[in-house]
Design a protein around this ligand. Structure first.
Ligand code: 1PW
Length: 247
């Protein structure tokens, strides 16, 4: 995939971040996951001002998780500094400092380490709404299913003579069968406005640097496959911890 000139969104970067996200057999690294979202947000922003406003809501979710990660990192630094002082005072090597390091470090590295750390520290509320990383990830996770479905539909090629469907219709249908059920009446109205403002197919071709539907199919299907892999892993991780309905 080549870099497309004169635009912010780069499908090559999106694919690279998505492919960097899977960790080991069943985990997802948060940094590339959030970087994938940065790129997806650029994609949405390129679709016009109304969709742009809606994507700010998604962006705020990525900010919440990044802020949590940053705070955790600062806490960790402070702890290590404190330990250093205690160490100097005690002047002894025989302690469990290294054990503390392990429990503290990098809770927000991956989806599973975040779930584990937040659960262990009682940060996940199953009854009322909080800004835990887990419930915030769930919002992104649900939105990713919509994007996966939308891009999949957009990437479908048709037989000769058949007509390609309008992106705004595809967007509307995929939204209604995925994300809409999780949204309030107001959010659904906002989404409906965005469907009306959706550009034509040729505009999407430009965004992903292709000229024909056949080329678009190839590119979009690579992205959809990469999204699918990440999505499935997160679905399993959240489901294993009963986190698919976090308020
Ligand atoms: C391009 C056409 C847009 C249709 C798809 C919509 C994209 C998803 C973002 C919709 C945002 C609508 C307003 C707010 C919704 C929030 O309530 C919701 N956030 C998300 C990202 O789904 C849930 O977050 P909350 O309220 O539980 O913190």
């Amino acid at each position: 995939l080549s870099v497309c000139p004169d635009q912010s969104f780069q499908i090559a970067y999106l694919l690279a971040h998505l492919q960097a996200a899977p960790l080991a057999a069943n985990d997802v690294l948060l940094k590339p996951y959030l970087a994938s979202w940065d790129e997806l947000i650029k994609f949405l922003e390129a679709l016009g001002p109304i969709v742009g406003i809606i994507s700010q809501e998604i962006e705020s979710k990525t900010t919440i998780i990044r802020d949590l990660a940053q705070k955790a990192e600062e806490e960790e630094k402070k702890m290590i500094e404190r330990k250093e002082t205690t160490k100097q005072l005690a002047q002894s090597k025989s302690s469990n400092y290294s054990k503390m390091d392990q429990t503290l470090s990098s809770g927000y590295t991956s989806v599973r380490s975040m779930i584990k750390m937040e659960l262990e520290n009682g940060l996940v509320d199953f009854q009322t709404q909080t800004n835990s990383g887990c419930r915030t990830l769930l919002r992104l996770h649900r939105a990713l299913l919509w994007l996966q479905n939308f891009l999949h539909e957009l990437g479908k090629d048709v037989a000769k003579g058949e007509r390609l469907r309008r992106p705004s219709d595809l967007c509307k249908e995929t939204y209604q069968r995925t994300l809409a059920r999780h949204h309030s009446w107001w959010a659904r109205k906002a989404a409906e406005l965005a469907f009306l403002a959706m550009p034509e197919r040729s505009y999407f071709y430009k965004l992903v640097c292709v000229k024909t539907q056949a080329e678009a199919s190839v590119v979009l299907n690579r992205v959809v496959k990469a999204i699918e892999k990440v999505y499935k892993r997160n679905e399993v991780a959240l489901q294993e911890h009963d986190m698919l309905d976090l308020p």
